[in-house]
Ligand binder design. Structure first.
Ligand code: SF4
Length: 380
């Protein structure tokens, strides 16, 4: 079985750039016609990411909207992240938790993390995403598992967005109650990746690239992938991300695959965004993803404004966060008033998000999955 590394290698950047350059407006319209009734190929997806597609963005939006309604109706899932440790040994140039940034750090004890999680559960959230920095000796897989075991009974779904783990480590977290994982590759350009990650365990590009598949082999129910938009030429990372999700869907048909679409935003430190993605390109990306992967969830985080997120719902976004803080603590334990990993743009609470979604004609979904073991233990 080919892993994603091999799949991506079959698409050299020069070939992709050439297809994109040659794509015309007519090619894009033909591809959109095809998307109505047939699966698109990776080559089709490339065409939808070409500059020529920007000329027919309304046609892209129309097709994406139809496909979103066909496969997801008007349901939008809501989750919230919980940062339990911001100690990090990496030096990712674009991140506020970069080990070189001098700011107070915090690592919650299991009981502190549980107090924060229970405060989130009390607000009504059923889906929680646990995040840590990359400090495996402190925020170890065992520590994460202990937190998950402690909080699992209060949530329908517990996900993780942590550093790359081995298959056995993913298995141990699944056994503890984790059912989903998100892994941002950041960029799929290995040279750029090396420059962006000058020190720390995250330097290992291939180990990260193959992490989603290790988690799939371990039995993860739901897997999300994404690139941090703004690092690499837009269409290159957009294509690689879609290809990654496509490969996971085909290789692991039992896994629910989703794509996150984070655009880089301000943080502590100085990082110049080399390849800024404007709003039109952002819409192009979401609509192209929806046409290429009609069944995949698309997650849009609070990095984006409320207005942007609302406008992306008809075009393919199916999952949003609410009540977000990217700092560690502050809900039920001490608030160090840290700047957090990055600045968020959409500060809506769960209540406000649900009201706004309803007003827009959407159905807010707090629980679209529940681990049968957890349900059974809650019933007895
Ligand atoms: S992106 Fe993650 S691994 Fe990199 S510095 Fe930030 S918290 Fe650490």
């Amino acid at each position: 079985m080919r892993n994603f590394e091999d799949v991506l290698a079959a698409w050299p950047v020069a070939n992709r750039d050439e297809i994109i350059e040659k794509t015309t407006r007519i090619d894009v319209l033909r591809t959109l016609d095809k998307a109505e009734s047939a699966a698109l190929s990776p080559a089709d997806f490339l065409k939808l990411l070409a500059p020529a597609a920007l000329d027919v963005l309304e046609d892209m939006a129309r097709r994406a909207h139809e496909l979103t309604l066909r496969y997801f109706g008007r349901a939008v899932s809501i989750f919230t992240p919980l940062y339990i440790s911001d100690i990090c040994t990496n030096q990712c140039r674009y991140c506020g938790f970069n080990a070189k940034n001098k700011q107070p750090r915090r690592h919650l004890s299991v009981e502190e993390a549980a107090a924060e999680a229970f405060a989130i559960a009390d607000q009504g959230f059923q889906h929680i995403l646990i995040l840590t920095g990359d400090a495996p000796k402190l925020a170890s897989p065992q520590y994460i598992a202990d937190v998950v075991k402690r909080i699992r009974h209060r949530f329908a779904s517990v996900g993780i967005e942590v550093y790359s783990l081995s298959e056995a480590e993913y298995k141990s977290l699944i056994d503890a109650g984790v059912d989903s994982m998100t892994m941002f590759q950041e960029t799929y350009n290995p040279e750029l990746y090396a420059w962006l990650h000058p020190a720390g365990p995250k330097k290992d590009y291939k180990y990260r690239l193959n992490a989603p598949e290790r988690s799939a082999r371990a039995g993860m129910r739901s897997i999300g992938v994404g690139a941090l938009l703004g690092l690499e030429v837009f269409a290159r990372d957009a294509f690689a991300t879609g290809l990654h999700a496509w490969h996971l869907q085909r290789t692991y048909p039992g896994v629910e695959v989703s794509v996150s679409v984070p655009r880089i935003c301000p943080h502590e430190g100085e990082f110049e965004v080399a390849q800024g993605v404007d709003d039109r390109q952002f819409v192009q990306y979401v609509t192209a993803l929806r046409c290429f992967l009609p069944r995949a969830g698309i997650t849009c985080s609070s990095r984006e404004s409320a207005n942007t997120r609302d406008h992306l719902l008809p075009l393919g976004v199916t999952r949003v966060s609410a009540g977000v803080s990217t700092a560690v603590g502050g809900r039920a334990t001490e608030d160090l008033h840290n700047p957090g990993q990055f600045e968020i743009s959409d500060n809506r609470s769960l209540e406000k998000m649900m009201a706004d979604l309803t007003a827009l004609g959407y159905q807010p979904v707090l629980k679209d999955w529940e681990d049968p073991v957890v349900r059974e233990s809650a019933e007895h």
